[in-house]
Design a protein around this ligand. Structure first.
Ligand code: FDA
Length: 373
């Protein structure tokens, strides 16, 4: 065999596996059906700005081992996620904190804010929430729900909150402080020079073939490697023989604007139902408006993000982990377990939402089993 491993997919999972396999002296070929490496963390440079083509990616983790690992391949900047909510032109801080409560009710102290939320929860008298609307109101009261949750969530899921199950929102962090940092992570940032550069560093010295669809060339590719690490959709691997696993999809409308500053923040969520998009990302603010040489960028790039129904052929983004899809996944998982030459991994191979740090952990765990056994 020419290669020990054929890695299908150059996203984080595939690239980490490939890097580790090579470090263990294995011969590796990485293929991707896209024309670029990096999978969904891919960033492309437009006018000196790293544009997150498949949605905004902010690295955050509490796992020091993962943080130390990924820092071998990139230097991270000090970006912290502090999104803004735009409700019919009024701006609120997200997550819900003292800035939000002051803007919403004019309250000044944490005690006043807690009292206000408590009163609204009491009026709503919900003991056992039957749907997402009741769940949200029972956690944060009616005003925050109506202005900051309802419209956004309905756009995201394409259904009224009353028809969505309550388990989608397990908790809604409410902070009685002025902390605007969205994530409660110890480590956070954006790789300087872009995610694509970080993945390039992971794949340094490894043969990569782009525009190569494994499933179209399966027999030929299989014949070249002892084992396959497959990070594409698990149902596609089995030719959808038991049906399609469902996803929510996204559409992005990206525009280069001849102005230095469009919204003054990386992420603004549109929480009213009248605005068709869910949020606007202004990519330059992930890097404080500067290019790789530290110069101010005179233009800006924005992406309007729309949530959309997924149909076969669309880009899969968020798995719909309801009972029906989980059952179908377990059928495919049974078939996958019987393929002893193939490792299925990553968000599509395992039909699972993974944050970047979690996908790194999963890939490293499999490396230990596979390469150090
Ligand atoms: P990924 O999808 O990246 O890679 C799979 C690769 O396989 C793709 O390149 C694909 O082209 C290739 N492939 C598929 N089928 C193939 C075939 N038949 N032949 C060849 N190649 C094939 N996480 C986080 O920590 N912070 C964040 O802010 C975000 N933000 C975010 C926004 C959005 C909109 C989404 C959907 C997700 C996030 N994430 C995130 C999660 C993050 O995107 C995720 O953890 C990683 O992209 C997962 O990497 P994988 O390698 O598993 O999949």
């Amino acid at each position: 065999m020419k290669y020990d491993y054929l890695v299908v997919g150059s996203g984080l999972y595939g690239s980490i596996f490939a890097h580790e396999a090579r470090s263990h002296g294995k011969k590796v070929l990485v293929i991707d059906k896209r024309s670029n490496i990096g999978g969904n963390v891919f960033t492309e440079v437009i006018e000196g700005i790293h544009v997150h083509r498949y949605g905004a990616h902010i690295f955050h983790t509490n796992n020091k081992k993962v943080w130390d690992y990924i820092n071998q391949f990139a230097v991270f900047n000090r970006f912290t996620n502090a999104p803004i909510a735009n409700y019919q032109g009024q701006l609120y801080s997200l997550p819900f904190n003292m800035y939000t409560f002051n803007k919403m009710w004019g309250v000044v102290t944490p005690e006043e804010a807690a009292k206000k939320i408590g009163e609204q929860k009491k009026i709503a008298v919900i003991t056992e929430p039957k749907n997402l609307e009741e769940q949200a109101i029972s956690l944060v009261g009616t005003d925050i729900y109506e202005k900051l949750i309802k419209g956004y969530t309905e756009k995201q899921w394409g259904r009224p909150c009353k028809e969505l199950p309550s388990f989608i929102i397990k908790r809604l962090p409410v902070r009685f402080t002025f902390d605007n940092n969205y994530f409660n992570a110890l480590y956070q940032g954006i790789p300087m020079g872009g995610y694509t550069k970080m993945v390039e560093n992971l794949l340094d010295g490894i043969e990569v073939r782009l525009n190569t669809d494994y499933l179209v060339n399966k027999a030929t590719l299989d014949a070249q490697a002892d084992k396959v690490v497959y990070t594409g959709p698990i149902d596609a691997y089995f030719d959808y023989k038991y049906g399609y696993l469902e996803y929510r999809s996204l559409k992005f409308e990206t525009e280069l604007l001849d102005q230095p500053n469009y919204q003054g923040n990386a992420a603004v969520n549109y929480t009213d139902k009248e605005t068709p998009w869910t949020r606007i990302i202004e990519h330059k603010w992930f890097e404080f408006g500067k290019d790789d040489n530290g110069n101010e960028v005179p233009k800006t790039v924005i992406s309007r993000e729309y949530s959309s129904e997924w149909k076969p052929g669309d880009e899969p983004y968020y798995p719909v982990n309801d009972e029906k899809n989980e059952k179908l996944y377990s059928v495919y998982k049974g078939l996958a377990d019987a393929e002893d030459r193939v490792i299925f991994g990553g968000r599509l191979g395992e039909y699972k939402y993974y944050d970047m740090d979690a996908v790194i952990t999963a890939a490293l765990d499999v490396c230990v089993k596979e390469l150090e056994a």
